[in-house]
Design a protein around this ligand. Structure first.
Ligand SMILES: Nc1nc2c(c(=O)[nH]1)N[C@H]1C(S)=C(S)[C@@H](COP(=O)(O)O)O[C@H]1N2
Ligand SMILES: [Mo]
Length: 406
């Protein structure tokens, strides 16, 4: 999967700001309607039968979402625990679904009180022979682990849902980390903890100090968890947990501890950490259990939302809108995505190429011909009772746009 250049993102962002641009001007990659979807002479691929209703059409502009806070995207905001950078999801396109490191969302900035030891060490304690894992030993075992998505459980409309990104990761599978440790037979899981002290307190006590999460061994294995040391081919950037962070694929970001400096082997009597309690409702726990063993895996259900709505003029002069969105999370592939505009009927979204994995997001597009101008809420659902969609069911990812012309 190619890493898109930030130059390309900049072009799309300026186009969105200006409200109009032409597709096909000097593109070096699949873009525009049907890019990577069987259109534009791409010849198909897995979704080769996908029709492109926008062939020959002209892009007139990109509609902004209404009722969102308009915070500056891809800009460092706040400090310490409240440090944020929201990814601009509006520039995602087929063939460029890996977010460059400088655009990858940040939740909590590099701690100003962190004086990194050289070499960085992770101390091992609890139900194990005490040990120190040094970074150089971990780096020797690092391997590419593919494109994986990360989402903050507190991802919100106010930030354009930009606490969500995907990157190519490399690191050490947690099973290999455990193999470096002399674990006592009574241990059932592990507490992973990271440096979490900042000189500036969180505004309104929004975030409480202490970053650690307790995992059952079998949950880490099932998720394919790893200690990440590289993002998009570069050493982990400071804000993303340099030099080593935990990554638990398809679990919310709050479990993916940054600046990991401690691993404690535990049993089922281990209390829930303050971080687990702070994030209990956001990770869809039942109440706030006192013991770590009573926490459900903090997994991300199947979700979907629009990221951009474009206005096109077809060769016959008619206007047609094109909704571009993403599908992410989930535990199995689905072909039952549906969309609804305002109070209208639900209609199927044909995902092309089809949804094929749950590791990272999948882009979809769907044509839309609104009957009249106005503000429309856009909602997605999965029309399959076997697919768990807690957040979609709540309307969590609903977004609205204003159509000025039809
Ligand atoms: N040490 C530490 N690790 C942490 C946090 C933190 O505040 N301190 N925040 C967590 C949360 S809530 C999220 S969403 C992810 C964000 O990772 P990112 O900033 O690399 O996107 O880091 C997690 N790891
Ligand atoms: Mo988060």
């Amino acid at each position: 999967m190619p890493v898109r250049s930030s130059g390309r993102r900049e072009v799309l962002r300026q186009a969105a700001a200006v409200g109009a641009f032409l597709v096909g001007c000097g593109d070096d990659e699949a873009s525009g309607p049907g890019g990577g979807q069987g259109g534009g002479g791409e010849g198909g691929g897995p979704g080769g039968s996908c029709e492109d209703p926008f062939a020959g059409a002209e892009l007139l502009g990109v509609l902004g979402f209404v009722g969102e806070d308009d915070v500056p995207l891809e800009t460092e905001l706040g400090q310490g625990w409240d440090g944020r950078l929201y990814t601009d999801l509006g520039v995602l396109e087929a063939g460029a679904l890996v977010v460059p490191n400088e655009s990858f969302y940040v939740r909590t900035f590099y701690p100003d009180l962190l004086v990194p030891p050289d070499p960085w060490v992770i101390s091992v304690s609890g139900l194990a022979t005490p040990a120190q894992l040094a970074l150089p030993d971990l780096l020797e075992l690092a391997q590419p682990l593919g494109a994986l998505l990360l989402e903050c459980s507190g991802n919100h409309k106010g930030g354009g849902f930009g606490l969500l990104s995907a990157a190519e990761w490399a690191g050490v599978p947690f099973a290999e980390v455990l193999a470096m440790i002399d674990v006592s037979p009574e241990a059932t899981g592990v507490l992973v903890s990271g440096f979490d002290q900042h000189s500036v307190p969180s505004v309104n006590g929004h975030s409480t100090p202490g970053a650690s999460w307790v995992f059952r061994f079998e949950d880490l294995a099932a998720a394919g968890a790893f200690l990440a040391t590289e993002m998009n081919g570069a050493p982990l950037p400071p804000h993303h947990g340099a030099p080593v962070r935990l990554f638990v694929p398809n679990w919310y970001g709050c479990c993916c501890i940054k600046w990991v400096d401690q691993i404690v082997l535990v049993d089922d009597t281990e209390p829930a950490t303050s971080q687990m309690q702070e994030f209990a409702s956001r990770t869809h726990q039942v109440g706030t259990p006192a013991l770590a063993k009573d926490y459900l895996p903090a997994t991300i259900d199947q979700a979907a939302m629009p990221v951009r709505v474009e206005k096109w003029r077809l060769p016959n002069g008619q206007l047609l809108h094109r909704v571009v969105g993403i599908l992410w999370g989930g535990y199995a592939v689905t072909d039952a995505l549906q969309i609804r505009f305002g109070g209208g009927p639900w209609s199927p979204v044909e995902v092309c190429p089809p949804h094929a994995q749950n590791q990272t997001w999948t882009l979809w597009t769907t044509p839309w011909a609104p009957a009249q101008p106005g503000v429309y809420a856009i909602r997605l659902r999965v029309d399959d009772p076997g697919v768990v969609t807690k957040r979609l069911d709540l309307g969590y990812y609903e977004r609205a746009i204003r159509v000025d012309e039809v």
